[in-house]
Design a protein around this ligand. Structure first.
Ligand SMILES: [Zn+2]
Length: 324
């Protein structure tokens, strides 16, 4: 891939972000994708309860098995202890966001089945970002579910080749992934429909060029909440990359900052993150057994983005004076 292509792609991402950050737009006029036609879907007969949940430590490993748990309404945690995967169900097909590592993905498949859902009913596969700890298992999950994989262009290219490029801040430290076939491109603001489910894609680049956050609504007995699966926002890199080097990757830092501002505006009653510890998920899920509202915090996205913004500033200072 030549550099001017890479740059124009980044700039397209920035244009998308600044458009939406500039105005508190809804996504009227955005095109919608409809997943392939669905057939009747088996409803689980014996969904797992939270009572026998494995206790996951805050610093749990990526491949440590976790008990699948209900998050809210039709949204379920099916990841490992260290890596989040979210299943959102409907009677016309399900959506799965993120696939953990290649080693962890059979655990995700087993968790979906343990809840009583059929793998073949997972019609849509999405990711947060194109790193092996979240997307390494997508090829396997595509195979066992037959679902369609959707990603924003910078992530889709990495999924298809299995290899990151120098556009990724962590390029020199990343493991290759099993290549994913036929990734469908989606854009910022696009709404993906799977049966009655509607998920909106939000470009939030920075941690990776293809970083994407997702929002949707889940309801429980008439109580509806906005769920936001907001991507990792950490400004970390290999030893060579500098976020401040705008010559090397024009506009990347500006897009990162615009994304952080934008995240603060997302519909966000319940924040979820690709690493459960980043949004303190386990204590929140435990507390939810008393009251579902324990999961809800209308400021969660704003606080998450604000913390990341401070960390980004610290990182930039360090790049200016590496010895301090
Ligand atoms: Zn990552």
């Amino acid at each position: 891939m030549n550099h001017s292509n890479q740059h124009s792609r980044i700039l397209q991402g920035i244009a998308a972000i600044s458009l939406s950050a500039a105005a508190s737009i809804g996504f009227a006029g955005c095109s919608a994708l409809q997943s392939k036609p669905t057939t009747a879907v088996a409803v689980p007969t014996a969904a797992a309860t939270n009572s026998a949940a494995t206790v996951c430590a805050a610093d749990a490993g990526w491949n440590d098995p976790a008990t699948p748990r209900n998050i809210f309404g039709n949204s379920w945690y099916v990841g490992t202890c260290g890596i989040t995967a979210i299943l959102i169900t409907s009677d016309q097909g399900h959506v799965l966001i993120d696939g953990a590592t290649e080693k962890g993905d059979p655990l995700i498949a087993a968790n979906i089945q343990a809840l009583g859902f059929k793998l073949s009913d997972v019609r849509t596969l999405l990711i947060s970002h194109e790193h092996h700890d979240h997307a390494g298992g997508i090829a396997y999950l595509q195979q066992v579910t037959g679902g369609t994989v959707y990603a924003r262009a910078p992530a889709a290219e990495v999924l298809e080749s299995g290899n990151a490029t120098r556009l990724d801040p962590q390029f020199l430290e990343l493991d290759a992934m099993a290549p994913v076939a036929a990734v469908q491109r989606i854009a910022h603001g696009q709404v993906l429909r799977t049966g009655a489910l509607e998920l909106t894609a939000h470009a939030t680049p920075g941690h990776t060029p293809g970083s994407t956050s997702w929002t949707w609504t889940s309801c429980d007995k008439g109580n509806c909440q906005q769920l936001a699966y907001v991507d990792s926002l950490t400004a970390i890199s290999d030893d060579v990359y500098k976020y401040s080097d705008d010559q090397a990757h024009p506009g990347y830092l500006a897009a990162f900052r615009a994304g952080l501002k934008y995240i603060a505006t997302l519909p966000c009653d319940i924040l979820l993150t690709p690493h459960p510890s980043a949004s303190n998920l386990w204590p929140r899920l435990d507390a939810k057994q008393g009251a579902a509202t324990a999961l809800v915090n209308a400021d969660a996205c704003r606080d998450y983005a604000a913390k990341a913004s401070i960390k980004l500033d610290q990182r930039l200072l360090k790049e200016q004076s590496p010895n301090q």
